[in-house]
Write a protein that binds this ligand. Structure first.
Ligand code: ADQ
Length: 496
């Protein structure tokens, strides 16, 4: 068989673990880029030079392009481009110099001009490729933040002669679409409102006077993926597309779902140096040393109870009312609860702080409100069950990471959770494929129906619970299969 030609692939992304992470998108670009490189492709990543970048994770950071002028309104903004390695990945960081201070801020998101910030970044990334003479085979963009890239490619750079690259857009979440007004056309030089407000291009499906950047990304990209087949179906056919259903229908031939992978160099209890005791499927006992360490760190009572954990952004998407109910239900059922999460929304944070104060005296409960990757490793290793009761979940990484650590997922049957977690008791699949507990209805009774079974199994049938842990730890959610799937997509669009 002839060997596959090596591709030049550029990811343009707002997030990258471990230097600029808000959520799962950061992990996906980190893991996928490595998998593509291991398979012999040349992979580069372009992201903004945020003031909050973890510089201690960037090696050999230096200026590679001094004077990049990026068109903006009637003039241009001067940018400097840096290069550095992020755990071996080749990364370019774009730093604009203007009074807009686009990326020189205290956090990655949460500003009124977020649409303008990322419209600028998308334009800057394309201008950099063009000026640097880079002609990738595939440009892979992520979410609404970089959805203007294919629009710019088609409208500006193809006419200039950049005819080679094909674009793949991955949508990690349909809840955020970059819905905005005419100003973005003026700022980026697209102009021509009559062209871009057209419903066949960027015109929003619900608000005819608004532009929708994510929709533009769908229309202009050569292929669009989301992060699980079930979520692809839910968004197109089950009213979960936040208004983009008709657009997905129109473009269904270039739309599909690929379940994310997990980077097992990072998330693997056999080699994880962020946990006190390493363990694997043949040495599960080590997990209980981590459980003790977790209790010690969070000042929980050391007893025979199972620990139920939740890790995630405290976003309504994650089913926060069910998380809240689960805390009380878990304690009532004689188990322990650990939560690690944070939100950019002050109101939500305040709710959880109140809850934390309310439960402060309980020796069986700890709520940690904040972002702490180190602690997350210890929770994955030390907890017995991982709760993911989402309203909707495009893929979900926490249940996949939990599986690897033998922490049994208790999940709602939506999106990627439905594609990856097979209920222990209610499934037609063979016993060895079952790896967790699943519930359907988004209400307290639904949640209880699964959590109750998980806690009861832990307590009354420890041998069954251990088998489930082994099934979980043996399941393969590495980047191997998704890496292949994306390469197939790249081949498909290059031939098209
Ligand atoms: N407070 C905290 N401290 C430490 N670590 C924390 C943390 N909160 C979250 N994390 C970590 O961030 C990641 C979150 O993964 P999710 O799948 O929940 O992603 P998210 O919903 O952000 O992203 C979207 O994109 C991803 C990737 O495509 C999809 O899986 C998902 O369904 C979709 O909503 C996990 O690695 C988790 O451990």
């Amino acid at each position: 068989m002839p060997s596959r030609p090596s591709l030049f692939i550029v990811h343009i992304t707002p997030e990258l673990a471990t230097v600029a992470k808000v959520g799962g998108l950061a992990d996906v670009v980190f893991g996928l880029s490595r998998e593509l490189a291991i398979r012999g492709n040349h992979v580069e990543i372009i992201l903004p030079k945020y003031a909050t970048l973890r510089l201690d994770h960037i090696f050999e950071l230096h200026v590679v392009y001094q004077d990049l002028w990026v068109p903006w309104y009637d003039g241009a903004i001067h940018c400097t481009v840096f290069f550095g390695f992020v755990h071996g990945r080749k990364c370019f960081f774009i730093e604009p110099h203007s009074h807009d201070n686009f990326f020189n801020r205290g956090s990655i998101y949460g500003f009124r001009d977020d649409v303008m910030r990322y419209a600028f970044f998308s334009r800057a990334a394309m201008e950099f490729l063009w000026k640097a003479g880079k002609h990738p085979d595939v440009i892979h963009v992520h979410d609404w933040q970089t959805a203007l890239v294919p629009v710019f490619l088609y409208e500006f750079y193809q006419p200039l002669g950049m005819t080679h690259p094909r674009v793949c857009l991955t949508i990690h979440n349909f809840a955020h679409q970059g819905v905005t007004g005419v100003e973005v056309l003026q700022a980026t030089g697209l102009q021509r409102p009559e062209r871009f407000f057209d419903g066949a291009r960027l015109g929003d499906n619900k608000y005819p006077k608004a532009l929708n950047l994510l929709k533009g990304g769908i229309v202009y990209s050569n292929f669009v993926t989301t992060v699980s087949p079930r979520y692809a179906f839910e968004t197109k056919d089950q009213g979960q597309g936040f208004g983009l259903e008709p657009t997905l229908h129109l473009h269904h031939a270039k739309y599909g779902g690929v379940v994310n992978g997990i980077d097992y160099d990072v998330w693997n209890p056999e080699i994880d140096h962020q946990i006190p005791v390493r363990y694997g499927v043949d040495s599960i006992e080590g997990k209980y040393d981590n459980k003790r360490a977790l209790r010690h760190r969070l000042m929980l009572a050391d007893n025979e109870k199972p620990i139920v954990a939740f890790i995630g952004r405290l976003d309504p998407q994650k089913g926060l009312e069910l998380v809240r109910h689960a805390i009380f239900y878990t304690l009532e059922r004689g188990a322990q609860f650990v939560l690690l999460g944070s939100s950019p929304d002050d109101g939500i944070n305040a709710d959880f702080w109140n809850l934390k104060h309310m439960l402060n005296d309980s020796p069986d409960c700890h709520l940690e409100i904040g972002f702490d990757e180190d602690l997350s490793h210890l929770i994955y290793a030390g907890a017995d069950m991982m709760l993911v009761p989402s309203r909707f979940e495009p893929c979900g990484l926490t249940q996949l990471i939990a599986l690897r650590y033998g922490t049994i997922p208790v999940v709602r049957e939506v999106g990627g959770l439905a594609d990856t977690i097979i209920d222990k008791d209610y499934s037609h699949r063979p016993l060895h494929e079952r790896n967790g507990y699943v519930f359907r209805d988004f209400d307290n009774a639904g949640l209880e129906s699964a959590l109750e079974r998980a806690i009861a199994c832990y307590r009354n049938h420890p041998d069954h619970f251990r088998e489930l842990m082994k099934n979980a730890m043996r399941s393969d959610f590495s980047w191997n299969q998704p890496g292949q799937d994306y390469l197939n997509i790249y081949d498909y669009i290059r031939e098209g």
